[in-house]
Write a new protein. Structure first.
Length: 145
């Protein structure tokens, strides 16, 4: 029986079950990142929608005589859009760091990405959504609606 010397914190033995465990971990990382993307899209879209909706209501008379401060919908929309963009940036950084972690020793013996990196479209989607979020923020902030 071959003795395996531990590297770092873990004793990683290349086997089929460990390799498939690594793949499951990698795919769960993808699913988590895509969940963050969905959340960010919802925040950005809802923030932009709130601004649009309440700007249309600004000209209407209130039945109880109370009026909303003119900047309230804009401030709430900007906060939601900024939260969505922030979530995209933080989750992208976290995803990238975990990809690097899973491709380094001691997991490189199990990784399928050492010879060639697997290209997934989630980074591209995150970049496009970040640009859309920034454009929405600028549009609301400078009132380009």
């Amino acid at each position: 029986m071959k003795e395996i010397t531990p590297v770092g914190k873990f004793n990683v033995e290349p086997s089929v079950s460990n390799h498939f465990a690594w793949i499951r971990t990698r795919l769960s990382l993808e699913r988590t990142f895509m969940a963050w993307l969905r959340t960010a899209v919802s925040l950005i879209g809802f923030g932009f929608t709130i601004v649009q909706f309440f700007q249309r209501l600004q000209g209407m008379d209130a039945s109880n005589g109370r009026t909303m401060r003119a900047e309230t919908p804009r401030d709430l929309g900007l906060a939601l859009i900024a939260t969505g963009v922030g979530a995209l940036l933080i989750s992208s950084f976290q995803y990238w760091r975990m990809l690097r972690y899973l491709a380094r020793p001691p997991f490189d013996a199990l990784a399928i990405e050492t010879a060639q990196h697997i290209r997934t479209p989630v980074f591209l989607a995150a970049a496009v959504l970040t640009l859309i979020g920034i454009a929405a923020f600028v549009s609301v902030f400078f009132r380009f609606l």
